[in-house]
Write a protein that binds this ligand. Sequence first.
Ligand code: GTP
Ligand code: SPV
Ligand code: MN
Length: 584
Amino acid sequence: MSSKLTALNEWVDQVATHTRASQVSWCDGSAAENERLIAAMLESGDLEKLNPDTHPDCYLHRSDPDDVARVEHLTFVCTEDPDQAGPNNNWMAPAEAHALMKGLFAGCMEGRTLYVVPYCMGPVDSPLSRCGVEITDSPYVVVNMRLMTRMGADALARIENDGHFVKGLHSTGELDPDRRYIMHFPEELSIQSFGSGYGGNALLGKKCHALRIASYQARTEGWLAEHMLIVGIENPQGEVRYVAGAFPSACGKTNLAMLIPPAAYREAGWKVWTVGDDICWLHPGEDGRLWAINPEAGFFGVAPGTGNKTNPNALAMLDCEAIFTNVAVTEDNQPWWEGLDDRVPAKDWRGRDFDPRQGPAAHPNSRFTVSIKRCPSYSEVAESASGVPIDAILFGGRRAGLAPLVLEARDWRHGVLLGAGMASETTAAATGAVGVVRRDPMAMKPFCGYNFGDYWAHWLEVGSKLSHPPKIFQVNWFRRDADGRFIWPGFSDNMRVLEWVLDRCLGQAQVRETAVGGLPEDGAINTDGLEQHPDMEALLEVEPSAWLAELDDIAAHLEQFGGRVPGELRQELDRVATRLGEAG
Ligand code: GTP
Ligand code: SPV
Ligand code: MN
């Protein structure tokens, strides 16, 4: 190994000694290595083979029933100064966190193999990409990282070139929820995760590196690391425009990223191109626009609700070379989840005979892992070193009331306020109560690696550098009627909102200015061909008294961040409140 990799080798040796790993295995990302790992996991029971006729090379993993989602209360940002982490994060002093983790990791890999997983977030040849190395004792993590990132030999070569990388240390430990911590040390560019084998807790390239650590780095380097999908919309003239969208976990990013336009749109020549479904790194370009790359190479997507009507592109990519975590299976061993079809599954996510009295068959946060290249709408530009230029940014939440289907920000500063003021109903993506409205600014509440006050200031700062900033919109696909039914059809019909958004970017579609932002004029959202005519009045309703109360609540939320909240943001909030008061 070259001298440039000395630091890496020393770290691996040190960890192997401390954890008393029986073997060290450097992962090259090859197909042969993947096959060996899968064979071993079939042997150990970590994986089960799914029906090879219907789902060749697909596997099921059943996680520990107490380890099924991200654990926000056990996730920490450990900076010297607690104000650096901010009230939006759990904080622990670095020395204390290191001592705690050292104790947990001591001897934890005895009898186990330590895998060294070099990975690159973003195209290996892009200056915008960043590398890391995850040490893990979980072969499940290795095979998932191979699908989710550019993992192996190419990444290692880039690390050798760069001379630096983010250090991630992971062990599943005993999967004891009382001995589980996800620690971030942004000042050291390192992560330590113990006691969970699940998704965002264990695949350290994803939320830990590409969001928490990257957002911290991005702040000092002048860019943004965001919880956003990236989608390209091609119009009948063949022009492609790119939209980025921040929606909280399990609020529709994957679905919007690969939507199939309604029939009339397809016939007219509209196409949708998938660039990314979860994470987006945004860089101001020399042309004054904002350019985006997807640092990931695969999807770790929500299974429930994925069906032929809602997301046919996802189904098409899931019939080969996919890993399913905590889904149910049918009699003939096909993966199954609620919303897939009307078959009755044989076994639930825990492997028990399915009994509806014991709850849903698939865990509500059951997921699939698959390479982005298997997506029928995959866009080659996902490999572009410079990324794609963004025309519009969407901030979306899951809100039964209040938030209209779509709302246009007056300008960047107002858009930052819309993002900072986001709230959404909690979902099964994290442990804890589901369906509770909470503030989730920019969909980054669980993922921002530093103080939200500084983060909003940074958003304003980035915007001030753009001569052609994207237009910002708020969207809500989840408004409900008095009976609790969604009043917007959603999924492919979200194309109708995207069309209006893109027309607005060209200054074309009709808008009605209101105190809280721009709403589509009557008839400006195309509803032709919908089976049921949606109640557009209800979807676009902005109720002044409810909004005044909301603005008060947003103001109280901002106050938690005290002096770190940029004055401009407070002034913007006052302006909106004043306009609303005058209008009322
Ligand atoms: P993470 O991977 O957790 O970050 O989530 P995500 O934002 O990618 O969410 P995803 O697209 O997987 O959607 C989560 C759930 O919302 C699924 O059950 C979807 O079926 C459902 N969903 C997505 N889009 C819509 C929509 O437009 N309308 C409705 N009613 N449900 C939707
Ligand atoms: C999310 O919870 O937002 C996810 C899944 O995308 S995880 O990788 O577990 O964070
Ligand atoms: Mn996510």
